[in-house]
Design a protein around this ligand. Structure first.
Ligand code: EPZ
Length: 416
């Protein structure tokens, strides 16, 4: 079984360029099939989930090629609307194809994305919202069949600002008859990016980044050449890694305006930060300071996807920190691994109480999901000695090349 071998204990030193955003690229790749023509995407991260999505698009009949760093997708002729089980079950984001398949093909067949180690991850909000736009669902043991003969705009309010459900509504409403007013929409930057992408193809979406979206359906879209924004979670991961190990790191191609809540926490942890034109320099010495009270929250709050990396960094803090996870019900899975390294963490309901320790002991660690795996890499980089992070394919689902990135920051890391 593949693993990463990391020799930790030294401060980070160097610079790294942040990759394109996974959680922007995936809904954008779903949106590509709404257009009977060609789309050029730049800065699309070469991560496992994107490669899965490209296989799904090929199954639909898309013609896909890479020209140096540009991804060219021709969705003129589509011949299928079924997401193969092998991909649907592997990747939760396959549910995001519902909206675009119904918008383009008026039918869709996807397997249940199922839960994952961070929670049950139901899709009730997606289904209820798409039904309001005219979709009809047949729930079968093998998965979900849907038809939507005449997508029609309406006014609807989400019970919770679900990122995926917001994206599915946008995807179906973009070509629907009439106007859709979506209330309590998610405000994540990835939603704004999806709207920016669709508007660059001639869609008419207003209110991106706010809780109220107005989508006026159009008859058709046109070609576009679009550059995907950098990944705020990857940037935040390396910022927290620097706080955990100490050091002096320059991040390039950083979406600074999307990282206010993360920068605030890093300041609380005692890290010095200097921002430039899409750059962020972060310096930290010794053990980080503790964070007495933090809750994850929908954007612009502290992102749930950085909760595990923060947990790992605070394991070494001076003092006791408390982190509350409010988005997913089972996102403290890495605590066992961190305890094996000597971390002192108690879990009470949805709160982690972390009594910072002087150091962590290197050991064998097992990644079980994407962001937890990245958090274990942070712990390994901070522990003096050699640790191994097994099952690191989970990390490759979201980090384009964590080995390349960490080597550029001076860490001795290799995969086997
Ligand atoms: C997106 O997941 C991201 N994934 C997640 O990133 C991220 O953690 C999450 O948004 C929150 O920001 C992608 O963009 C591909 P939600 P999504 O719908 O859309 C509940 C990563 O590591 N819910 O906002 O699935 C759900 O169970 C991943 O990159 C329902 O109850 O998130 C969860 O508790 C992990 N019913 C909460 O809402 C529904 O129908 C937030 O889910 C939908 C969601």
């Amino acid at each position: 079984m593949e693993y990463l071998e990391i020799r930790g204990g030294s401060p980070l030193k160097g610079e790294v360029c942040i990759q394109g955003s996974k959680n922007a690229a995936l809904p954008i790749l779903s949106a590509v099939i709404l257009h009977r023509g060609t789309t050029v995407l730049r800065n699309c991260p070469k991560i496992i989930d994107v490669l899965y999505m490209l296989e799904i698009l090929k199954d639909f009949g898309c013609r896909i090629s890479w020209e140096r760093e540009a991804l060219i997708i021709d969705a003129t002729c589509l011949c299928a609307s079924q997401v193969a089980e092998c991909y649907g079950r592997q990747m939760r984001s396959s549910i995001m194809l519902l909206g675009s398949l119904l918008g383009r093909m008026k039918e869709a067949s996807v397997s249940y994305p199922g839960g994952c180690v961070i929670g049950a991850r139901p899709i009730d909000i997606h289904l209820a919202a798409l039904k309001k736009l005219g979709a009809i669902f047949l729930e079968e043991p093998a998965g979900l069949k849907a038809v939507c003969c005449h997508p029609t705009g309406t006014t609807l309010k989400l019970p919770f600002p679900s990122v995926g459900a917001t994206e599915n509504v946008i995807l179906l409403a973009a070509l629907a008859e009439g106007t859709t007013c979506l209330e309590n929409a998610a405000r994540e930057p990835e939603i704004e990016e999806l709207c920016r992408f669709l508007n660059s193809m001639g869609a008419r979406i207003c209110g991106a980044g706010t809780s109220n979206l107005v989508i006026t359906g159009v008859k058709k879209l046109h070609d576009t050449d679009f550059t995907i924004m950098p990944d705020r979670i990857v940037a935040g991961t390396y910022m927290l890694m620097t706080a955990a190990t100490g050091g002096d790191v320059l991040l390039r191609n950083v979406p600074i305006e999307q990282l206010s809540s993360v920068q605030k926490i890093l300041r609380q942890m005692g890290a010095k930060q200097e921002t430039g034109e899409h750059t962020l320099r972060i310096q930290s010495q010794g053990r980080p300071d503790c964070v007495p009270n933090l809750s994850t929250a929908p954007y612009p709050g502290f992102p749930t996807d950085l909760q595990s990396p923060l947990l790992a960094a605070l394991s070494l803090a001076q003092g006791t920190s408390v982190i509350e996870e409010t988005i997913f019900e089972a996102r403290f899975k890495i605590v066992e691994d961190l305890r094996h390294m000597g971390a002192k963490i108690q879990i009470e309901n949805q709160k982690a109480i972390i009594e910072g320790t002087e150091e962590l002991t290197p050991t064998d660690l097992i990644a079980r999901e994407l962001r937890g795996g990245a958090a274990l890499v942070i712990a390994a980089a901070a522990a003096k000695g050699t640790s191994r992070v097994h099952q690191y394919h989970y990390i490759a689902r979201g980090y384009e090349n964590i080995i390349r990135d960490l080597q550029s920051l001076g860490i001795v890391i290799q995969s086997t």
